[in-house]
Every structure is written in C-alpha cells, then in structure tokens.
Design a protein around this ligand. Structure first.
Ligand code: CU
Length: 313
C-alpha cells in the first residue's frame, strides 16, 4: 500500500498535505469501488437477462421509485461530502495564519525571484524556515505563470498587474522542487526552482549572510557572487560547457555572431545590453530565452559582473 501511495503522490511535506491527500484518496477509492461495482453489475445483468429463446420478449418497465431514489441519493451524499471536505480544505489553503512569514515572489520568463523582508533577493532558490507558516505574495513581470510545489500540495497562478498569494508550513528540513505549471513560452520547462527548508537558525544565518549586497567585495568577486545568486550560472557555464546560453569562458573580447547576420564585439556595452535587453541582440546559435534583469540588477552590480566575466579567460 505504501509503495502504491508513493507511486501516486510525491512525499507529503507540509501541514496541509495530509488532508489534501486524504481527500484525493477518498475520491479515488470511492470512484474505484463504484467503477468495480458497476462493471460487475453490467456483466452480471448482461448474462442474466440474455435472450434465451426465439420468443423471449423484453418486458415494458416504466419506472422503479426505490431504485431511482437509491441511485440518486447515494451519489448526492458522496458529492456533498466531497464538496464540503474540498471547500473546508480550500478555505484553509487561502487563509494564511496572521503570524506567517512573508516572502515576495516574482515570476518572469523564465525564472523565479524571491524577495525577503531584509532586502535579500534570491533567484530560483526559496529559503524558508521549518515548522513556521510562510505566506507568498506573488506577481509576474510578464505573462501568466503558475507556482507549484508538489511536496507541499500548493499551486497558485501568478499574474501580471495583480497580486495573488498562497501559504504553507513545511514540516521537514530538506529540498522540494518548484515548477511553473502555466505554459509560458520557449523555456517554460526550465522554469524550475528549489525550496530549501531550513531550521530557524540556519534560515536566519542564511538571510544575514546573503542579505549582504557584497559592496565591500572586490568587483570580480562580487560579480561571481551575483552570477550565482541571480541564476546566470544555470544557463551560462564558466568552463566552456554549452548550457542553455553561451559559456562566459573566453567570451570577453570575442566577436559574437548574431542572428541578424552581423557580429558584435563582446565588450562592456554588449554585456550591459545583454543583461538589460537580452532580446535586442541574439546570439546566432542560441534561442532568445534569457530574462531581462532590468530592475533587478543596478549599474554597480552590472559593473561587477563585467569585471568577473573579464577574469574568465
Ligand atoms: Cu512560467
């Protein structure tokens, strides 16, 4: 039975997951019992009332009150149970406890940005404390996305020009995958992130250490930190490997062939433009799937990234 449950659903790692699963199994098991009962009845009746001789005549039956009431009332009761159960679970899901820790989530094609109350921003990594309600206030910078953490059994559309929210309380330390479940364009299938559930202490340490803007670091060092924190490295390798985008290694000063047939020199202006308006000049052999970092990275941060790319010869 446990194997079957694991096969059907991912591990349940939030306070609400248990109840969601219970309802899911209730619907599944009753459907299965009904399916089985009806199938057996059909086969049995087909056999029992088969035509036995040439002059067998089907009797005329106008109605049967007892039967009709039974087959209306039983499903009605089942549907009322499913509705009531589903409704109360739904209300719980949309009502975050008032002491919930709040994180702002921004979806953009094709990554997730998380903003914490002390100004820390993380990309594609949602850090949360364990055993504490967390409320996500979400919006999109472009098209409709949808935020889904299967382990927590939560899913909510993320819209442009409007906030939506969802909450959960993680019950164990560990990692859970986040998907975008609204088809949002070319790299929709890459729009994945990780929830990192930590103890309250680890979470606070992380918040403090990444809260630092790195302004006191060497520019190239700060640039490296920024390319990791902003998930550049999920698409750009630093060792020449081809990922979704061109590798940063050896790119500084090179001539980049563009889709338009022209070439451009990989210099300060090209990097800056690539970060702020990635689609204005697209590399010949890559798809235009890079999100814009306009409004996410400021000029000093872009300078630092440029210094870092220069070191990758
Ligand atoms: Cu998306």
């Amino acid at each position: 039975m446990n194997r079957l449950i694991e096969y059907m659903l991912p591990p349940a790692k939030s306070t609400m997951a248990g109840e969601t699963d219970a309802l899911f199994y209730f619907i599944n098991v009753t459907s299965f019992i009904l399916l089985f009962g009806i199938t057996v009845a059909i086969i049995y009746f087909a056999w029992k009332y088969r035509r036995k001789s040439e002059d067998d005549v089907t009797p005329v039956i106008s109605h049967n009150n007892k039967l009709e009431i039974t087959w209306s009332v039983i499903p009605l009761i089942l549907v009322i149970i499913v509705f009531g159960w589903g409704y109360s679970t739904y209300v719980q899901k949309i009502t975050p406890p008032s002491d919930a820790y709040e994180v702002r989530v921004v979806g953009k094609s094709w990554l997730w940005e998380f903003h914490y109350e002390n100004g820390t921003v993380s990309v594609n990594e949602l850090h949360v404390p364990v055993n504490r309600p967390v409320k996500l206030v979400m919006s999109s910078d472009d098209v409709i996305h949808s935020f889904y953490i299967p382990d927590f059994r939560i899913k909510q559309d993320v819209l442009p020009n409007r906030y939506t929210s969802v909450w959960f309380e993680a019950t164990e330390v560990g990692e859970s995958v986040i998907f975008c479940t609204e088809y949002c364009g070319t790299a929709h299938s890459n729009m994945m992130a990780t929830t990192i559930v930590q103890t309250q202490d680890d979470f606070e340490t992380w918040l403090e250490s990444s809260g630092g803007s790195g302004e006191d670091m060497e520019p190239a060092e700060r640039g490296e930190m920024l390319t990791q924190r902003n998930a550049c490295v999920t698409c750009h390798s630093t060792d020449g490997t081809r990922l979704v985008g061109p590798s940063f290694q050896g790119s500084w000063g090179s001539e980049v062939p563009l889709e338009s047939g022209e070439t451009v020199v990989f210099d300060e202006n090209y990097v800056r433009e690539s970060i702020l308006e990635p689609n204005s000049k697209v590399h010949e052999s890559y798809q235009a799937v890079m999100p814009s970092y306009a409004g996410t990275l400021d000029d000093r941060q872009i300078d630092a990234i440029i210094e870092y790319i220069k070191t990758l010869q």
